[in-house]
Design a protein around this ligand. Structure first.
Ligand SMILES: [Zn+2]
Ligand SMILES: [Zn+2]
Length: 282
């Protein structure tokens, strides 16, 4: 069995974003929709009784996310401890990596799994952490390798990012976490079709969504995110996965608004919309 806890479901900036007055951010400030923190998940396998957790990406909201999830908090019988065993990074984006700095107070080096390109991009964080706990880098690979107990993982390479697939070697259950998908590569499509749960890039509804709010902004595709409306919706609709969930949702995305036609369309396609605290067990 694999347990996934969505710590944060929003893309960079969160919901509301500090300097944004788009309809969703305004609604989040007045309590009309629930605020969401920046994208990260915690994952654990049952061979160790769900006592060791792995963070996939660490957002600037990590401290708040740990305090809202008792399973990630330290045991009370020891002065310093944590059930967080390691971090896996999909890439070096600020909203995915800044949380590493928030884990600096431990005595032993922080174990971080990342592709070589991600590690190279994070030299500045490595330099800061060297004065504290330091980082013990571990390599990632396209073939399954053991992460902990009976849980294995592999990477799927994408443009400027990777996705992670997890597998419970006892039950055979598989889950995919792909928050930054610029292209539906053949390998990614095959992996989606072979996963029981799929957490997928739901950053933008349409390619020009950000430019409509902030003239001159880059398009979704230029930012390495396939839009839902003409990119991932039909594809995921056809996938046989038991759970299909859009996550890493930007605050401008109309699927966040309860009454929107776009939200209805996603739900009619059999796809869920992530929210902070959502737990998936497969
Ligand atoms: Zn991001
Ligand atoms: Zn906004």
């Amino acid at each position: 069995m694999i347990r996934i806890h969505i710590l944060g479901s929003a893309a960079g900036g969160g919901l509301p974003q500090w300097n944004c007055t788009c309809p969703n951010c305004a609604a989040a400030r007045t309590g009309k929709i629930t605020p969401q923190t920046q994208s990260s998940i915690a994952i654990s396998g049952d061979s160790e009784g769900f006592h060791r957790w792995f963070l996939i990406n660490t957002s600037p909201d990590l401290n708040r996310q740990i305090e809202s999830m008792p399973r990630l908090q330290p045991r009370r019988d020891l002065p310093r401890n944590s059930p967080i065993a390691a971090v896996l990074l999909t890439n070096g984006d600020i909203d995915h990596a800044l949380g590493l700095l928030l884990l600096r107070e431990q005595d032993i080096p922080l174990v971080v799994y990342a592709a070589d390109e991600t590690r190279a991009a994070l030299g500045w964080i490595e330099g800061v952490l060297a004065k504290f706990c330091g980082i013990e880098w571990r390599k990632t690979a396209p073939e399954f390798q053991t992460l902990s107990g009976s849980m294995a993982f592999r990477t799927i390479e994408l443009p400027r990012s990777v996705a992670f697939q997890f597998r419970d070697d006892t039950s055979g259950a598989t889950a995919l976490f792909a928050p930054s998908v610029g292209e539906l590569t053949d390998e990614l499509q095959n992996t989606v079709h072979k996963s029981d749960a799929v957490l997928f890039d739901g950053t933008f509804w349409s390619d020009g969504e950000l430019a409509a709010i902030r003239p001159g902004a880059r398009s979704a595709r230029q930012m390495n995110h396939l839009p839902i409306s003409d990119g991932s919706l039909d594809f995921l609709h056809q996938s046989p996965a038991r759970r299909k969930i859009f996550t890493h949702i930007n605050n401008t995305n109309p699927i966040l608004m309860p009454s929107s036609r776009e939200r209805a369309q996603v739900k009619q396609s059999g796809i869920e919309i992530a929210r902070d605290g959502l737990e998936i067990v497969i």
